[in-house]
Design a protein around this ligand. Structure first.
Ligand SMILES: Cc1cc2nc3c(=O)[nH]c(=O)nc-3n(C[C@H](O)[C@H](O)[C@H](O)COP(=O)(O)OP(=O)(O)OC[C@H]3O[C@@H](n4cnc5c(N)ncnc54)[C@H](O)[C@@H]3O)c2cc1C
Length: 320
């Protein structure tokens, strides 16, 4: 039996802050819009979201649930499934979905976020997003004045310095195989950061309540929260047939998909919003990016429609 393909003006893969904001702008512009969402936003492990004015402390999943609710009145459809691949079609793009169906759309917005790759330390993943954290702006206030440990990484020096803004009890667990410059050691000393020459091998305590760390020298240290730096990666397999390329981000912390200033990719009609393009964007920034992309895609569709209408008018006039 031939597969039924439903047509839309715009398909959006990813229903996080970026994707839903793009959908809202497009739905309000009277576009037919479908959002395809696997429902695994990056900050899902965190109990609360911060730095989003008027939504401070809200559960991240609750924000998206409310967002999806707001889209209903604009006729935006949200399909909870994974997009598997996308190809060019007469309509623009045809997207194959994990639920066995397909959708097609004139334009495609990719808002699939990024994946945090955590260091392989026992007990760490269970506490990720709460007592194991990476971003002082997301969680710094919540761990203020607590005993903080920093796991060694390319960003450990920077994180050790930064977190002294939130606590005067910061310990850097430095890989003994790495050498810090005398100037760096002096900076850490000046900021009151203790340097322990050992690798963190396990996080101790129940999930949701870190009590300490186990170290490579066999000792344990009591801490209340652990600072790490994940590597980020983007999964663009849902557009693999379109030939989108990923590239190392300038921060050296992982991969992203480069876009031009307007969020357009090298693939005509394919736009990007949120963390998939800008790994540094926090929720309100990803939402703003999605909104901007919604407006640009609407403008792009309007240009196409204006050109078609002018051509039709000319043909009509030529025929009389
Ligand atoms: C632990 C943690 C805590 C954080 N806390 C904060 C905070 O307090 N405040 C703040 O501002 N920022 C915070 N952030 C950053 C925040 O997570 C990002 O800014 C935000 O999630 C980016 O939104 P996005 O829409 O680009 O991506 P996401 O929110 O990750 O959404 C992407 C969506 O696309 C879906 N998707 C991916 N691939 C497919 C596919 N093939 N098919 C269908 N759907 C797909 C995913 O399932 C997901 O639902 C935190 C990040 C982490 C890791």
């Amino acid at each position: 039996m031939e597969m039924q393909t439903k047509d839309y003006d715009v398909a959006i893969i990813g229903g996080g802050a970026a994707g839903l904001s793009a959908a809202q702008a497009l739905g309000r512009s009277r576009r037919s819009v479908v959002v395809i969402d696997a429902g695994e936003p990056r900050n899902a492990p965190a109990a609360a979201m911060h730095n989003f004015l008027s939504r401070d402390g809200m559960n991240p999943l609750e924000l998206l649930k409310e967002g999806r609710g707001e889209l209903v009145k604009y006729g935006v459809e949200v399909i909870k499934t994974r997009a598997l691949d996308s190809r060019h079609s007469d309509a623009g793009f045809t997207i194959t979905l994990g639920n066995g169906t397909e959708v097609s759309a004139r334009r495609l917005i990719l808002a699939t976020g990024l994946k945090d790759q955590l260091p392989d330390i026992a007990g760490l993943a269970e506490n990720w997003g709460n007592d194991v954290l990476h971003c002082p702006y997301c969680h710094g206030w919540e761990v203020k004045d607590l005993r903080l440990g920093v796991v060694d990484s390319a960003m450990a020096m920077h994180q050790s310095q930064m977190f002294t803004q939130w606590s005067n009890n910061v310990t850097l667990f430095k890989d003994p195989n790495k050498v810090l410059a005398a100037e760096e050691l002096e900076q850490l000393e000046a900021l009151g950061v203790e340097v322990v020459e050992a690798v963190v091998t396990a996080v101790l305590g129940e999930a949701g309540s870190v009590q300490g760390v186990e170290l490579s020298d066999g000792t344990q240290r009591e801490i209340d929260a652990l600072v790490i730096m994940p590597n980020f990666d983007v999964d663009v397999s849902c557009v693999k047939s379109l030939g989108l390329v990923t590239q190392e981000h300038v921060s050296g912390l992982g991969r992203h998909v480069p876009v031009d200033d307007g969020g357009q990719t090298e693939v005509p009609g394919l736009w990007l919003a949120g963390n998939v393009a800008n790994p540094m964007a926090q929720v309100i920034m990803a939402a703003a990016d999605g909104l901007g992309m919604g407006l640009r895609v609407n403008a792009d569709l309007m240009q196409e429609e204006f050109a078609r209408k002018v051509a039709e008018l000319r043909m009509k006039k030529a025929a009389v």
